[in-house]
Design a protein around this ligand. Structure first.
Ligand code: 8ID
Ligand code: ZN
Length: 341
């Protein structure tokens, strides 16, 4: 089968023939139809984070495809089922986090396209107990971005504790952010968005943001947001891949507000102790979502409430796609068509 392989953190991916994987006990082999491209795949390919994947590996954790074989003991999936892979690929099922509804914190978890080969190939393995099942009638290319971007922002919005009718800030209107605006609206929130380009502001408005700020041209984005919302946003989600956006988002919070950090630039940001304490702010991290969060996120999509903006490209474009992502030139998400490779 063909796959895009990371061989070296400083070199482009190589699209080449690799051996077809065999499903072990509890696993299924999936013929991949489409895979979204997440900025996490780019961080993975560059070895950006403290815990690095082992090269060579195949990235990709927004894969959608058809089960073509199952390993021993698999009863949840059968041949012909439409399933996906996810960043949260499997977990131990027995630790204190798995047992208390916080399985994405499991120290033994495996991650799709990171510690297990992912969906940037014509076939992939999934764990039959953890793979999301795609409901019938759903367009497989359009649902792909839900498997990471969708579930991550849906969970992050829950973590922001913003209630219907209140203001939420979406910082970064890329793959995650433009979908976050749609979930926020579907959850009854009012949206202000921030990015650093006018085309991103247009994308944000198209999906229902009431205010879209260009942080490069607005002299004081936090002040603009505070004025527009009458005191600041009740909560927010930072999906931007830039440390400066994080401090700016803290500055846009209303007293008592909560900020969910989602973007993962390999940087730090200064947190002002005085205002955090005096204004009772909550700053928390949010990592993808549990199997239940993912099923809920897919259900929002299947009911027609979420329509990702995306472009379909062949797998052989992967290095060009990464270049465009680095330059911030992607409108929404790119979804790769594995049959076109
Ligand atoms: O579970 C998680 N926490 C999770 C899940 C999935 C992805 C976290 N992530 C992380 C990725 O690893 C990445 O660091 O979220 C980040 C965003 O992923 P993405 O949405 O797939 O990336 P993108 O499509 O490239 O969008 C990033 C946007 O940020 C904007 C860019 O213009 C782009 O639209 N941006 C930048 I770069 N600097 C900005 C700034 N200063 C900014 N927006 C606002 N202010
Ligand atoms: Zn992702």
């Amino acid at each position: 089968m063909k796959a895009a392989v990371v061989k070296d953190f400083t070199a482009p991916l190589v699209v080449e023939d690799v051996e077809l994987p065999e499903p072990g006990p509890g696993q299924a082999l999936v013929k991949v139809l489409y895979s979204g491209v997440c900025h996490t795949d780019l961080h993975a390919a560059h070895g950006d984070w403290p815990v690095k994947p082992t090269v060579p590996f195949v990235p990709g954790h927004e894969g959608v495809g058809e089960v073509v074989a199952v390993g021993d003991g698999v009863t949840r999936l059968t041949i012909g089922d439409m399933v996906g892979n996810a960043w949260f690929w499997s977990a131990c099922g027995a630790c204190e986090f798995c047992e208390t509804g916080r399985e994405t914190l499991c120290p033994e978890q495996r991650n799709g396209g990171y510690s297990v080969d992912g969906s940037f190939g014509q076939y992939m393995l999934v764990d039959a107990a953890y793979a999301p099942v795609i409901p019938p009638g759903v367009e497989p290319s359009a649902v792909a971005p839900i498997l990471c971007a969708g579930v991550t922002v849906y969970k992050g919005l829950k973590e922001s504790e913003v209630r219907p009718g209140q203001w939420v800030l979406i910082s970064g209107v890329g793959g995650l952010g433009h979908i976050a605006i749609q979930y926020a609206r579907a959850m009854g929130m009012r949206v202000v968005a921030v990015d650093v380009a006018d085309d991103k502001s247009a994308l944000a408005r198209r999906h229902g943001a009431e205010l879209a700020v260009n942080a490069l041209t607005d002299p004081d984005p936090a002040a603009t947001i505070k004025e527009f919302t009458g005191g600041g946003v009740h909560g927010g989600l930072v999906t931007a891949v830039n440390g400066a956006a994080f401090s700016q988002a803290v500055g846009a919070l209303r007293r008592g507000g909560t900020l969910a950090l989602v973007g993962l630039p390999p940087e730090q940001f200064p947190l002002d102790i005085f205002s955090t304490v005096l204004f009772g702010l909550t700053i928390r991290g949010s990592i993808v979502g549990t199997r239940a969060d993912l099923a809920e996120a897919i259900d929002f999509f299947a009911r027609g409430l979420i329509s990702p903006t995306y472009t379909v490209r062949p797998l052989t474009d992967i290095n060009a796609i990464f270049d465009e992502m680095t330059a911030g030139r992607i409108d929404g998400r790119v979804v790769m068509d594995m049959s076109a490779s």
